[in-house]
Design a protein around this ligand. Structure first.
Ligand code: FES
Length: 160
């Protein structure tokens, strides 16, 4: 039994780390410990909030220069895996043209993470859906004279 609260927390964290390593790839573990591209972006020009069939929401924020995504970030109220998937989607979106980003698929996210357990694959598809939704809203805003608008939550029953 650990003799201090700090030791107890350390033990707990070690157990969580071991469990995460057992279930997920090394790449998921690495990104989970050192997440990038995570958080809401105050000066985003495009954003989305999509709710997955699991009930979690994923938000994607984009800064766009010309036809290219300059910066991207993700925010989720979901599991650690969805945070990792959102961060991968944001990282992969950066530097892509809007058309290229629109083509980013959930299975590419799974591949970038060297695989996911079956029950977590939907997190990757939710993140890719959220990116497409942000792009869709951005393009729609341009069509409607550059109006950014609020962030409605889209409900997704299933992902493709
Ligand atoms: Fe819902 Fe991960 S369990 S997004």
């Amino acid at each position: 039994m650990p003799d201090s609260f700090e030791a107890f927390i350390d033990d707990l964290q070690r157990e969580i780390d071991e469990e995460t390593r057992r279930i997920y790839s090394q790449e998921v573990f690495r990104r989970w410990k050192h997440p990038t591209h995570v958080g809401r972006m105050a000066d985003a020009e495009a954003c989305s909030r999509v709710r997955g069939s699991c009930g979690d929401t994923m938000e994607i924020y984009l800064r766009i220069r010309g036809n290219t995504i300059e910066r991207a970030s993700a925010f989720t109220d979901g599991c650690g895996c969805s945070m990792v998937c959102g961060s991968v989607v944001a990282e992969m979106a950066e530097g892509k043209t809007l058309e290229e980003a629109m083509d980013l698929r959930g299975d590419e996210v799974v591949e970038a993470l060297h695989g996911l357990p079956d029950e977590d694959v939907h997190c990757a598809f939710l993140a890719a859906d959220a990116l497409r939704e942000a792009l869709h809203r951005y393009l729609q805003g341009i069509r409607e004279r550059g109006v950014k608008g609020q962030i409605p939550t889209q409900q997704r029953g299933h992902h493709t």
